[in-house]
Structures are given as structure tokens and as C-alpha cells.
Write a protein that binds this ligand. Structure first.
Ligand SMILES: Nc1nc2c(ncn2[C@@H]2O[C@H](COP(=O)(O)OP(=O)(O)OP(=O)(O)O)[C@@H](O)[C@H]2O)c(=O)[nH]1
Ligand SMILES: [Mg+2]
Length: 205
């Protein structure tokens, strides 16, 4: 069990209080949405097993709360994260403006994890999906128009986050392996495709 825990992917959410972070998780993980609920006061950890490309993967979803009230998160919230879902509320421009601060804090602790941006509550004001949001463009973040209330795009958002987290986790060894192959290929004395059986004595030594 302990080994399994250490291997779990960690996905965090960030964004102002009341943007719908907990409701989005509730919609995805429980496929339900109860309209009235207080802010999250403590850390909530949801564990889930999913299949990604034929392999079962454990995911820990971290949800915490009241960010507006505390202005920033404890570093341990970010520690070891593999992906972040950054949420704002399309009906509340202040939550959009605050994204850059959340993003800056994220990058302080997690320099290169994938980050997805979620524009929530589109059910409340569908025309907001027509607006151009420069923040995600500027930072090259994929943007998802979602509604925890009616479920629009929620599964897509979370499945993409799971996939991105998994790719991020597996990227390091893959890159190292690729770099080694590149180095070997660049080395004139070592041809990966050389099936010459060295009968040829013309080779300079
Ligand atoms: N119309 C609408 N309301 C939503 C949606 N998602 C969340 N809400 C409402 O917004 C309020 C806040 O939702 P939460 O999920 O508790 O927000 P939170 O970001 O977790 O807030 P904190 O825990 O304080 O950080 C609740 O009253 C929800 O019912 C949505 O997609 N559409
Ligand atoms: Mg919450």
C-alpha cells in the first residue's frame, strides 16, 4: 500500500475561493453536484484509480480552500505535484484577474508541471465563452470552458489533467533515454544501424 501511495500522481487545484474548485471535483469524482455547500475549510484528499493507456494509475486529487482568505498556499500543497488545474469563475472578473498571482506562486514551487486553465460556471453566463481570455494564451495554457453545475467539459478537463500528469511523471526517464540515444548517434565511432561485420579492413583505427 505504501509503495502504491508513493507512486500516485498528485493533481492540485488553485484559484480564488468560491470559483468552484470543490464542485468541479465533486462533479468529476462523484458525478454529483449539490448546489449549496460551504467553502472547504481544510485539505481534502480524494483518491482515485484510473486507466491511462491500458495501465492502472493511482491519482491523489488535492483540494484546499479559502485561498482568498489566506492569499497563498502552504508550500506542502505544491510539493510533488504533477499537474495543476487553475480555476476562475466567468461570472466574477476578479477571479480571472487573480490568476496571474496563483500562476506565479505555482511556478515558484513547481517550475514546469503542466497547468490547465478552467473557466467555470459557464452555465450561469454562456456568452462568456465567446470572450477572448489572454491569460491562458500568454502562458500557453490549454483553456477549458466548464460547468460543475451541468457537467459541461468536466470529464474532458480532468482526463486531460490525468494524462498530462502521467506524461509529466514519465517524461524524465524518457528524456534521459532519448538524450543518451542522441549522444550515441552523434558519436561518429558508434553507428546504431551499423550491421557491418567488420570484415572490411579499410576502416581506419
Ligand atoms: N452556477 C454555477 N455555480 C457553481 C458552479 N460551480 C460551483 N458553483 C457554486 O459556487 C459556489 C462555490 O463552489 P465551491 O466548489 O465550494 O468553490 P471553491 O472554489 O471550492 O471554494 P473554496 O472552498 O472556498 O476555495 C457554490 O455555491 C457552488 O454551488 C457552476 O458550474 N455553476
Ligand atoms: Mg472548496
Amino acid at each position: 500500500m505504501a509503495d502504491k501511495k508513493r507512486d500516485a500522481l498528485k493533481i492540485i487545484t488553485l484559484g480564488n475561493s468560491l470559483v468552484g474548485k470543490s464542485k468541479l471535483m465533486e462533479r468529476y469524482l462523484m458525478d454529483e453536484y449539490k448546489p449549496h455547500q460551504d467553502s472547504t475549510y481544510a485539505l481534502t484528499l480524494h483518491e482515485r484509480e484510473v486507466e491511462i493507456d491500458g495501465t492502472m494509475v493511482s491519482i491523489d486529487y488535492w483540494d484546499t480552500a479559502g485561498q482568498e482568505r489566506f492569499d497563498n498556499m502552504h508550500p506542502s500543497y505544491y510539493h510533488g505535484a504533477h499537474c495543476c488545474i487553475l480555476v476562475f469563475d466567468v461570472t466574477n472578473p476578479a477571479t480571472y484577474l487573480q490568476l496571474s498571482q496563483w500562476y506565479q506562486e505555482l511556478r515558484t514551487y513547481c517550475a514546469d508541471i503542466p497547468c490547465l486553465c478552467a473557466a467555470n460556471k459557464i452555465d450561469a453566463d454562456p456568452k462568456m465563452t465567446k470572450k477572448k481570455y489572454t491569460f491562458p494564451i500568454k502562458h500557453d495554457l490549454p483553456l477549458y470552458f466548464v460547468s460543475a453545475s451541468d457537467g459541461t467539459n468536466v470529464v474532458k478537463l480532468f482526463q486531460d489533467a490525468e494524462r498530462a500528469a502521467n506524461e509529466y511523471k514519465n517524461a524524465v526517464p524518457t528524456d534521459v533515454y532519448r538524450n543518451v540515444l542522441e549522444l550515441l548517434k552523434d558519436d561518429d565511432g558508434f553507428d546504431l544501424n551499423d550491421d557491418d561485420d567488420d570484415d572490411d579492413d579499410d576502416d581506419d583505427l
